[in-house]
Design a protein around this ligand. Structure first.
Ligand code: F6P
Length: 318
């Protein structure tokens, strides 16, 4: 009888619960024992494990956040911390660890795999910055941003204002780009492409001349301070400009069908991989098209947003 543990780590993402449910139920279905680790790698170091049953993941598929809770563990960055975590798993006779999280968490998983634990990664982060795959939580976050854009668009047109909307994404412009295209933004500023502020201002001015009722500028966090951008736009165009920073609203909320399906398929696949004897891989894919990539390749890979999307955003917002 195989035993495995499952944890969520790093920033939470909607759909993590659906992934936990899929892992736990598929494991039990396959005759494995499954333990939930509380608070990610930090909880693993501290031995916060509890055996899960099919019932312990009831009524969570629709809930945002993670019932196991999560952390960004500093201790796990140290070799001592990782040794402690690996020892604990061995003491409990648990040979496999399913890590649900983003880049940092998958890297953590790769590190502990070197200590003899079989790690299966499941990509979950609103940033969508894990190479070679879609990530659980991205679709929900983009839809939350869209909902906000729709609302801000109403008030922007009523007042004839320009809106700067700041979205999350750490070093990655995926949320900004997807929401920019789907939300019909005038400009999208992302870290992967150098911003030509002159061009952004020119486009706003042209829009005003053509009688556009409003302008929506989406800026990924870290590209440009949103308040500074507002001041600059207001100064240069003479038009009233407001800022809305969406922040952690993007991280919560009930997951979309896309994220629930992705999480369910990936969670089930993770258990199939353990049953097949695969070691140290990440479940990758989109929708129900699932495949696997070695963890080592994932952590050395680089994800670039599709430049075509940037072009589409630019052309459709003339
Ligand atoms: O990685 C997810 C993310 O939401 C990033 O987009 C953001 O930069 C960061 O986490 C925020 O971290 P925290 O929740 O620690 O404030």
């Amino acid at each position: 009888l195989d035993s495995l543990a499952v944890l969520t780590s790093g920033g939470d993402a909607s759909g993590m619960n659906a992934a936990i449910r899929a892992v736990v139920r598929s494991a039990i279905y396959s005759g494995m024992e499954v333990y939930g680790v509380h608070q990610g790698f930090e909880g693993l170091i501290n031995g916060e494990l509890e055996q899960m049953s099919a019932g312990s993941v009831a009524d969570i598929i629709h809930r945002g956040g993670t019932i196991l809770q999560t952390s960004r563990s500093e201790n796990f960055r140290t070799e001592d911390g990782r040794e402690q975590a690996a020892c604990l798993l061995k003491e409990w006779d648990i040979g496999h660890l399913v890590v649900i999280g983003g880049n940092g968490s998958l890297r953590g998983g790769y590190e502990i795999s070197k200590l003899g634990i079989n790690v299966i990664g499941i990509p979950a982060t609103i940033d969508n910055d894990v190479p070679y795959t879609a990530s659980i939580g991205f679709d929900t976050a983009v839809n939350t941003v869209l909902e906000a854009i729709n609302r801000l668009r109403d008030t922007a047109s009523s007042h004839g204002r320009i809106f700067v909307i700041e979205v999350m994404g750490r070093d990655c412009g995926e949320i900004a780009l997807a929401a920019g295209v789907a939300g019909g933004a005038e400009s999208v500023l992302i870290p992967e492409i150098e911003t030509d502020l002159g061009q952004v201002l020119e486009k706003i001015k042209q829009g005003i001349e053509r009688g556009k009722a409003h302008s929506i500028i989406i800026v990924a966090e870290g590209v440009y301070p949103a308040m500074e951008l507002r001041d600059k736009i207001q100064e240069e165009t003479g038009h009233e400009t407001r800022v809305s920073i969406l922040g952690h609203t993007q991280r919560g909320g009930t997951p979309t069908a896309v994220d629930r399906i992705l999480a369910s398929c990936m969670g089930k696949h993770a258990i199939d991989l353990i049953a097949e004897g695969q070691r140290n891989v990440m479940v990758a894919g989109e929708g129900n098209r699932i495949f696997t990539i070695p963890l080592e390749e994932v952590i050395n890979g680089i994800r670039q947003p599709e430049m075509e999307m940037f072009e589409i955003a630019r052309i459709l917002s003339i």
